[in-house]
Design a protein around this ligand. Structure first.
Ligand code: GLU
Ligand code: MG
Length: 437
């Protein structure tokens, strides 16, 4: 039988699931303006399968998935596999106006605010960890043996990511069983969130072609290390000069960086509802998972919510362009556009309020007693998704980052997920989500 090449027009939904519709590849150019049909209630589909019964959309309405041609990805097939071809889309009204619940529009608005208020642009990269689901015995953490055990997947996925324009930098074995990490180069604005979607889908596809599943789930099992999606970001001015660096200040953070960081700490609870948003996400954030044990800024500190990674002076490296902040609480259950958009809004709020510089913590925050926690201004993160949703509900400002419709849709979706797993124990919740992400 012959085969018709298909291209999928897709969006990343509120639960970070990539969904859409396919058309014959040769028709893509003709469909760039009008896209394909979409339905508001698709945004009420839970990552667990069923539709959230309570949702603000109901059965009415029509939208379009409108492709952004710059995001076109094509991974060639081979004798056994068809090509993977997709284009990321904006979700728009039938007259082309952005839909108020479109995640790309949410990020675009946050970036526009950043640009108009501070003249700043974001460069960012999502650092994805994932686990290969396979029967083989796990090799030791970070070992060459663990890297070799991932062949030929490892080499193929790096080629695939390159082909997809995702600029992969490293392939690393991580700590947990069959856990790997592929950092990719930072990209500007909306492209870095697009890149996060592309990385996940290409990794999943190449794993599938090798007879495996790649799981980006926050925590495959309660006692193991989790899979993070740390967000590394810097701010640049219109000429491309770095704005977060000042060699004369603690941790080389400029005053702008300090205020931006303080805004993220201020809204840390609400941010968890968008950045670590599955019923098992908070478990990953417990102390000593080297994820984000407490709400603080740390230099080279892997238990801090915001980490300042090291600046290399070897090989004549210039420091200023290297300086970035790493938000460590995010995981792959988060929609990357909502996560980054919310971080930008939180940071901007810190700048607007001219918040004081947060102390830079060099210690493991779990070693602090109550008085020291207070002195350093260190707090805990919500210990459940319910807690994160409560923090969001209580944070009037964070709530207003979203339109009322988007807020309702998001909270309804998360409540439906919580209800669906209410009877499961933590191990079962982790397993349920490991099978989805
Ligand atoms: N696996 C850790 C997490 O869940 C991150 C480890 C690291 O790369 O620092 O966030
Ligand atoms: Mg890692």
């Amino acid at each position: 039988m012959s085969q018709l090449d298909l291209v999928a027009l897709v969006c990343c939904d509120l639960g970070a699931i990539v969904r859409g519709r396919s058309l014959p590849s040769p028709e893509l150019t003709a469909s760039l303006d009008s896209g394909v049909g979409w339905v508001p209630a698709n945004h009420a589909l839970t990552p667990l399968g069923p539709l959230a019964e309570v949702n603000p959309f109901g059965s009415t309405g029509d939208l379009r998935l409108r492709p952004d041609a710059e995001t076109h990805v094509r991974l060639e097939g081979d004798a056994h596999e068809t090509a993977l071809e997709f284009v990321l889309c904006d979700i728009v009204e039938t007259d082309g106006r952005p839909w108020e619940c479109c995640p790309r529009a949410f990020l675009r608005e946050a970036l526009a605010e950043l640009e108009s208020e501070l003249g700043a642009r974001v460069m960012a990269s999502f650092e994805h960890e994932f686990q290969l689901v396979r029967d083989a015995r796990a090799e030791l953490p970070f070992s060459l043996a663990a890297q070799r055990a991932a062949e030929p997947f490892a080499s193929t996925v790096m080629a695939g990511l390159q082909e997809a324009g995702a600029e992969p930098e490293r392939f690393m074995a991580e700590f947990a069983d069959h856990q790997y990490e592929i950092p990719v180069a930072p990209a500007a604005g909306i492209s870095c969130a697009d890149r996060s979607v592309v990385v996940r889908e290409v990794v999943r596809e190449i794993a599938r072609r090798h007879g495996m599943r790649a799981s980006f789930a926050p925590l495959a099992e309660p006692s193991a290390p989790g899979n993070g999606a740390h967000i590394h970001f810097s701010l640049l001015d219109s000429s491309g000069a770095p704005l977060l660096y000042d060699s004369a200040r603690p941790a080389c953070l400029s005053e702008l960086a300090e205020r931006f960081a303080a805004g993220i700490l201020l809204h840390a609870g609400a941010l968890c509802a968008l950045c670590a948003p599955s019923p098992c996400s908070a478990l990953r954030l417990a102390p000593h998972h080297w994820s984000a044990g407490a709400v603080c800024v740390g230099q080279r500190n892997r238990e801090a919510l915001l980490r300042v990674p090291p600046l290399l002076s070897l090989a004549g490296g210039e420091e200023a362009p290297q300086l970035r902040l790493e938000y460590r609480a995010a995981d792959a259950a988060a929609n990357p556009y909502l996560a980054l958009g919310a971080l930008v809004r939180a940071g901007l709020d810190g700048v607007r309020r001219q918040l004081p510089a947060p102390p830079i913590l060099e210690l493991d925050p779990s070693q602090l007693d109550a008085a020291e926690m207070k002195r350093y201004g260190v707090a805990g993160l919500p210990d459940s998704l319910e807690g994160a949703l409560r923090a969001l509900a209580d944070d009037e400002q964070a709530r207003a980052w979203m339109s009322p419709l988007l807020y309702d849709a998001y909270v309804d979706l998360k409540r439906a997920e919580l209800e669906a797993v209410a009877e499961l124990d933590v191990g079962e919740v982790c397993a349920r989500y490991a099978a989805v992400y």
